[in-house]
Design a protein around this ligand. Structure first.
Ligand code: ADP
Ligand code: MG
Length: 622
């Protein structure tokens, strides 16, 4: 039998490689933009037509290519960026596989014009489906223009695989966005179908973000900065209240390369712990610098995934850096940032495996530590479980177990004996029945109870505000509400301003359970009220207070109508300071508070609770 094994022709090998590198127009955009960055361009222009199907063109003012290099650049494994395999580890430029241009040229028509500074003439090369059509001198400015036309003209299966124009346009824009964010010192412009879509002058990261997202982002940005021997972090997170329903504003760059890493995302998200609800995602633009020898970026053909040698340490450092930034900017008022130690003194000895620092570093600046950290990577639930909320507060120290003597603060009725034994670990018992729990009300204002790590103090009015706020937000979102028809409808007369306001938010008000009809002459009839208001004697006053709070919020903070109304309801209906609460009420309030999405602060960001740790108590006796 004769030999049957043959080498694939280059054009076929390139097409196979193209399957990996060029999945859609956006992949071409990414490769071309990154090449321009690598060529040292300070001005890059992207032009696309028909979502990149007919044309993707990138023009840069970078260093250009000589006539020979221009031809070579289309050869497979041709790259100016790597000479030996060991360079892979020290490489900082964008691409190094030397495959992009060869791959692209195998599935499209590519027209290249390029000139270097020392050459008066430019070179023009046209290649279609890996076949060289033209190579000739031409006139062109220093730099490079590459036009990729009729992508996938010879691979119909790939062409058919493309999504709608809008979807492909979004992909293109996302790639553009990533490169633009990573290179704020480079000016960018992007035209689609002859229309200028985005333009951004050279600047710094801050100005680039404002340029791309709008100036209204300015007050939302919180800078993050952390220098350690392992990694340095720079960039911005957005204030927690601007968390999004999607992950569309989550950007991590490692050595200036955009990467996807659920693990690092989780590190950042856990830095926001408790500050954003479970179904929302924080926005961030973070840049990590890591010794290239510590990472492997070549694990994925399109190079958006990355491996770190020392994931856990990096996780902790990122989480801590985010927390500290939020703390510095006073985003988390309940939290104790003093204890957050900087990593400045953290020594990194390359010869030894890195362990997570335990002494210098206390990355948990809040006492409400839940499961978090590397092992929590798979479990992203942030919502607290009301029945087990005690578990949110872990032991400060190993507890002495003296079960029978630990009933420190029994209910007020049951026990007035002051405690002389340790307070900790008194709550390992059944967490459900209220008899097991010990509550005390202080001055009609605070609810006190013991937890393992010390004394939990809840502000009753603020806690109730949080609970009511979330409840009413749910009413407004789900449009399900308890409404109680009044036996005797109540008539109210409002001043002109309030009449206008009431008419404006009538729909929302009725979503909360009010049925109010206009009576003419600034008078209204209240026919039905929210369930929890039915035995309130002064419904008129409550309504006025809601309108009042609503107005106040509209002036002080520009709030969405739903949020504003829910806040106003919460403020108006919350139990006030001075109201005596029964044990059951204190128990229910505590449980309700911990089943909230964000139990630790009022809707306006004030703390709802605090903890006096055993150390704090001990300090008082020094
Ligand atoms: P890689 O970027 O991995 O080296 P590419 O196929 O993307 O591989 O590019 C091949 C080579 O062509 C690059 O190494 C570079 O020398 C040259 N090149 C590509 N694009 C440009 C450009 N815009 N300006 C200057 N040189 C370029
Ligand atoms: Mg490249």
């Amino acid at each position: 039998m004769s030999d049957i094994i043959k080498l694939l022709p280059d054009s076929v090998a390139n097409q196979i490689a193209a399957g990996e590198v060029v999945q859609r127009p956006a992949s071409v955009v990414k490769e071309l933009l990154e090449n321009s960055i690598d060529a040292g361009a300070s001005d890059i222009k992207l032009i696309a037509k028909d979502a990149g199907r007919t044309l993707i063109q990138v023009t840069d003012n970078g260093k250009g290519m000589s006539e020979n290099d221009a031809r070579m650049s289309f050869e497979r494994h041709a790259t100016s960026k790597i000479k030996a395999a060991q360079d892979l580890f020290a490489l900082r430029t964008m691409g190094f596989r030397g495959e992009a241009l060869a791959s692209i040229a195998s599935v499209a028509r590519v027209e290249l014009k390029t000139r270097t500074l020392d050459n008066p003439l430019a070179t023009e090369i046209i290649i279609e489906g890996s076949r060289l059509e033209t190579q000739q001198p031409c006139q062109a400015p220093v730099g490079t223009t590459i036009a990729v036309k009729n992508l996938f003209f010879n691979t119909p299966a790939r062409r058919n695989f493309l999504k709608s124009d809008n979807a492909e346009k979004t992909h293109i824009f996302n790639e553009f966005l990533r490169v633009a964010l990573a290179n704020p010192h480079v000016a960018f412009s992007y035209y689609h179908n002859n229309q200028l879509t985005t333009q951004s002058a050279a600047g710094n990261l801050g100005s680039r973000i404002l340029n791309l997202y709008g100036n209204h982002y300015k007050p939302r940005l919180i800078p993050v900065e952390e220098e350690t021997q392992v990694v340095s972090i720079q960039g911005y997170v957005l204030k927690p209240e601007f968390a999004k329903k999607s992950k569309s504003e989550q950007f991590i760059f490692v050595n200036n390369r955009y990467i996807r890493s659920p693990y690092l995302n989780h590190a950042i998200e856990s830095g926001f712990e408790e500050l954003i609800p479970a179904n929302a995602y924080p926005s961030f633009f973070l840049f990590l610098e890591i010794d290239p020898a510590q990472i492997d970026v070549n694990v994925h053909p399109t190079k958006t995934e990355i491996k770190f040698q020392d994931e856990k340490t990096i996780y902790q450092i990122i989480k801590s850096a985010v927390k500290r930034s939020l703390g510095k900017f006073n985003i988390a008022p309940t939290l104790d940032f003093e204890r957050e130690t900087s990593f400045d003194n953290f020594r990194f000895d390359k010869s030894k495996p890195v362990t997570i620092p335990t002494i210098d570093v206390n990355p948990d600046f809040n006492p409400f530590k839940k499961e978090s950290g590397p092992s929590a990577g798979k479990n992203l639930t942030r919502r607290t479980n009301p029945e087990n909320w005690e578990k949110l507060f872990p032991d400060a120290k190993p507890a002495h177990r003296e079960d029978s003597q630990e009933r420190v603060w029994q209910s007020e009725q049951q026990n007035t004996r002051p405690a002389q034994t340790t307070i900790s670990a008194s709550w390992d018992e059944k967490p459900i029945a209220s008899e097991g729990k010990k509550f005390m009300q202080l001055q009609g204002k605070y609810i006190l109870t013991t937890i393992k790590s010390g004394l939990l103090i809840i502000d009753q009015q603020r806690a109730h505000e949080r609970i009511l706020f979330e409840k009413h937000m749910k009413y407004l979102t789900n449009r399900k509400v308890h409404s109680q028809t009044l036996l005797f409808p109540e008539q109210v007369k409002l001043i002109e301003g309030d009449v206008l306001l009431l008419n404006e938010i009538k729909d929302e008000i009725s979503m909360l359970g009010f049925d109010i009809s206009s009576f003419g002459n600034n008078s209204f009839m209240i026919n039905a009220v929210p369930g929890e208001l039915s035995d309130n004697e002064n419904i008129t006053k409550v309504l006025e207070s809601i309108l009042e709070n609503f107005k106040k919020n509209s002036v002080e903070v520009k709030l969405d109508t739903h949020v504003n109304l829910a806040r106003a309801m919460a403020r108006s209906l919350a139990v006030k300071h001075g109201k005596a609460l029964t044990l059951e009420e204190m128990n229910a309030l505590t449980d309700d508070l911990f089943s909230c999405e964000l139990p630790y602060q009022t809707p306006s960001g004030k703390p709802t609770l605090t903890i006096l740790s055993m150390d704090d108590v001990g300090d008082k006796f020094k």
